[in-house]
Design a protein around this ligand. Structure first.
Ligand SMILES: NC(=O)c1ccc[n+]([C@@H]2O[C@H](COP(=O)([O-])OP(=O)(O)OC[C@H]3O[C@@H](n4cnc5c(N)ncnc54)[C@H](OP(=O)(O)O)[C@@H]3O)[C@@H](O)[C@H]2O)c1
Length: 329
């Protein structure tokens, strides 16, 4: 028997309760994982609140990512005792996820935990941090180096933003961060942000297709008007990695920055990202994310805290990363 946070739906209302479950109740898969840590991402907030049409079948176990130890494996790539991490593949949305002490999944969804990273550290990074790393790799793929100039991170105090800022500053970039929360400025400086921009400077629309050139690169967790303004402010040949939509999913802009400044808009998807790229990203995280900064951006919670935390992340009230110790419930 093990514990899980089970979501049920009655009269269109989704509710969450901790329940005792039997391994036989888990969905099919070739690897059984003893989950140690999961985490809280924006998408988890949507699933916990029954929003966005992400989960259609109930009862359901959420948690779009987890890390733990293989308990049983019918696949040659994994054996009992292996440490693994899982993000994406619609686990926690369509398939049962990490808000439980055990999970059964397909072997092809799992990535071996890189040396030097514990399950707790991997979930301190989580989907948000993993996607931030994919964004950094995409910018590098377009030739970005620290010598090109300042890199902007939007939604800087959130999960994607915090990890992106810490990685970029560790790699030697000059990092600017935009935030709507004045009480996060010290925290952002600690993450390596050297200039802080008030969110409102970017969230007001501007009809001009081009503004003063400023950013060599951007990791954008916000979307909407913010991304439109960022595109207008990109330096010649600069690249912006579009990761999130915390500020809106519409992008109203002209093509002028692409045509006159050779700006690149790079789409980042973590859910269906190919396995080789995942392995590369986790190895880069182990190498390029300073673990002492990681510890400063993390708070810890338990399965029973998730319904309230889910609301908070949708309201933009969560700072950094929240790890969920699923064994402690
Ligand atoms: N593409 C992918 O595969 C992928 C993977 C992971 C996440 N995402 C997306 O990336 C985004 C960030 O995820 P996360 O886990 O980092 O969430 P998060 O921790 O809630 O961070 C989002 C941040 O965006 C800022 N923000 C919130 N509401 C805003 C608004 N109305 N206008 C402007 N800024 C606002 C806030 O930063 P400040 O407090 O600093 O202003 C907030 O902390 C989400 O949209 C998520 O769905 C995408």
């Amino acid at each position: 028997m093990f514990k899980a946070l089970v979501l049920s739906k009655n009269d269109d209302v989704v509710s969450a309760n901790i329940e005792e479950m039997d391994v036989a109740q888990l969905p099919e898969g070739d690897v059984l994982v003893s989950v140690e840590y999961s985490t809280l991402n924006y998408k988890d907030g949507l699933v916990l609140g029954g929003l966005g049409g992400l989960t259609r079948e109930f009862p359901h176990v959420g948690g779009i990512d987890f890390a733990g130890t293989v308990e049983e494996s019918a696949h040659a790539d994994f054996k009992p005792g292996d440490k693994v991490v899982l993000t994406g593949w619609r686990v926690g949305e369509v398939h049962w996820g990490g808000y439980a002490q055990k999970a059964r999944v397909k072997a092809e969804w799992l990535v071996p935990l890189p040396k030097g990273l514990s399950p707790r550290q991997a979930m301190s990074v989580g989907t948000a941090g993993f996607t931030a790393m994919l964004g950094v790799m995409a910018l590098e793929g377009q030739g970005l180096t620290p010598g090109n100039g300042e890199v902007l991170v939007t939604g800087a105090a959130g999960g994607v933003g915090s990890v992106a800022a810490a990685i970029l500053s560790n790699l030697g970039y000059e990092v600017a961060g935009s935030t709507g929360r004045a009480d996060t400025h010290d925290y952002l400086r600690d993450m390596g942000v050297s200039s802080i921009i008030d969110r409102s400077e970017l969230s007001e629309s501007n009809k001009r297709p081009l503004e003063k050139e400023r950013w060599a690169g951007c990791i954008d967790a916000v979307g909407g008007t913010t991304l439109a303004r960022v595109l207008a402010q990109m330096k010649y040949g600069g690249s912006a990695a579009a990761i999130g939509l915390a500020g809106g999913n519409k992008l109203e802009h002209t093509v002028i920055p692409f045509l006159l400044r050779g700006v690149n808009l790079l789409g980042i998807d973590s859910v269906m990202c190919p396995k080789e790229r995942r392995i590369e990203a986790w190895c880069r995280i182990a190498k390029d994310l300073p673990l002492e900064k990681l510890e400063n951006m993390v708070s810890e919670a338990k399965l029973e805290d998730l319904p309230e935390l889910g609301k908070q992340i949708l309201e933009g009230q969560v700072r950094g990363r929240v790890v969920i110790d699923v064994t402690g419930s």
